[in-house]
Ligand binder design. Structure first.
Ligand SMILES: Cc1cc2nc3c(=O)[nH]c(=O)nc-3n(C[C@H](O)[C@H](O)[C@H](O)COP(=O)(O)OP(=O)(O)OC[C@H]3O[C@@H](n4cnc5c(N)ncnc54)[C@H](O)[C@@H]3O)c2cc1C
Length: 382
């Protein structure tokens, strides 16, 4: 693949990464940004998009989404290129030139003169089920996310059988899991859906709670059909208070090795009283939310302290020459995980990056309010 050449590769499109684009742009440096999420904003969008933030200087109140929109608008003149739904994999120095070759999980290859780590607390990846056998069924009979997507991928792998009913277990107790269960109940006629969650009551929106209780009540007394004609009863819904502990194949049911490669047939779950049950299953959809994971970055060799990168606070350089780091991913004495700290760090890091990329000892410091050069870079009409 032809490498994507850029002055700087920014790892992470959270507020620190976005403002890093701005500060680098002021110094005339171009940037590509990579992020596993399908959108910019990092924690501001993933964790509190519609909540108000009150400590952004000059903005008495704005939501996580508004702040992201404003940052995206502010960096528009610098035309950053975003690569969403992808994660960096390896980093190695360029041969015979200053810079790095960075490859991504989706097969992109960057040649960047410098790299800025702005990956926050890590990539938000779906929280996994606590069953050791899950890996062998992932993408076949076990999925994360929407039931509809899971079902279409699962059914695509099956020979066409119009009357086949499926036993679907949805794991989770928040809005996403309950919405998946209710959508499955309404949109399909051939599913016996069981929602399992280790806590009651469910942690859901009050309006959703009403819809959930109503649907569950209507389903009571309607027995799962198992196999046969789907259209007679339509889909069914049940709730189990408990936790899945094992996924079982035909072979493991017969007492053989649990990690063999055959299809998923049943699951073992423990109820709130600690009793173990075995239930048949065709498809498992896991909706346990997202958890942050640092991934391959932790193996790049930058000095770290408790999963955070240590930096020189003069220019936010890391122990790897040419690699800088800002935002929640870094630690230094007195570090506060605040958006405004990330902005400050990005401003100072940009001077360190510019020195490295332009191979200069000094980068002129100018004000946006007074500099014709900076205003031209910002595309402000004279
Ligand atoms: C509930 C909550 C409320 C908060 N309220 C406030 C507040 O009121 N005021 C305030 O100042 N701060 C607040 N914070 C803290 C603030 O959100 C963080 O300090 C800020 O988001 C850090 O920005 P960041 O860009 O460093 O990291 P993040 O926002 O975490 O963004 C990092 C980005 O990097 C991406 N990434 C991770 N790993 C990789 C990888 N391997 N490759 C590519 N990309 C990767 C992630 O997907 C993410 O998009 C709050 C935090 C939470 C959880």
């Amino acid at each position: 693949m032809t490498p994507i050449k850029t002055d700087v590769l920014i790892v992470g499109a959270g507020p620190a990464g976005l403002f890093q684009v701005f500060e680098l742009g002021l110094l005339g440096l171009s940037a590509h940004v990579i992020d596993p999420l399908p959108h910019a904003g990092g924690q501001c969008i993933t964790l509190y998009a519609d909540k108000a933030i009150y400590d952004i200087p000059g903005l008495p109140s704005c939501t996580g989404r508004e702040l992201t929109d404003r940052l995206m608008l502010q960096i528009k003149p610098f035309e950053p290129v975003f690569h969403f739904q992808d994660v960096v994999k390896s980093l190695e120095p360029l041969e015979g030139a200053r810079g790095f070759k960075v490859s991504s999980e989706r097969g992109l290859c960057f040649e960047a003169k410098s790299v800025v780590l702005a990956n926050g607390v890590g990539a938000f990846l779906p929280r996994a089920l606590n069953a050791p056998e899950q890996v062998q069924y992932l993408g076949k009979q076990l999925f994360h996310g929407q039931l509809e997507n899971a079902l279409s991928q699962f059914e695509a792998s099956k020979p066409q059988k119009e009357t086949q009913r499926w036993k679907v277990w949805i794991v989770g107790g928040e809005d996403e899991a309950v919405l998946n269960a209710l959508t499955g109940l309404q949109a399909f006629k051939h599913l016996d859906i069981t929602l399992i969650h280790r806590r009651t009551p469910l942690e859901i929106d009050p309006q959703l709670q009403e819809a959930w209780e109503e649907a569950l009540e209507k389903s009571q007394g309607v027995q799962p059909k198992g196999t046969g004609d789907a259209s007679e009863v339509g889909s069914t819904l049940a709730f189990k208070h408990g936790q899945i502990v094992h996924l079982l194949s035909e072979a493991s049911e017969a007492g053989q090795n649990r990690t063999d490669q055959t299809a998923l047939k049943a699951l073992e779950w423990v109820d709130e009283k600690g009793q173990t049950h075995t239930s048949e299953v065709d498809l498992v959809v896991v909706n346990l939310g997202l958890s942050p994971q640092l991934g391959a970055l932790s193996e790049w060799g930058a000095q770290m302290q408790k999963k955070q990168v240590t930096v020189n606070t003069e220019d936010f350089s890391t122990s790897l020459p040419g690699v800088f780091a800002v935002g929640d991913v870094i630690t230094y004495p007195g570090k506060k995980k605040l958006i405004l700290s990330g902005f400050h760090e990005a401003a100072l890091a940009s001077f360190g990056v510019a020195k490295w990329v332009l191979e200069k000892d000094r980068i002129p410091f100018e004000y946006t309010s007074a500099s014709a050069l900076l205003q031209a870079r910002l595309r402000i009409e004279p």
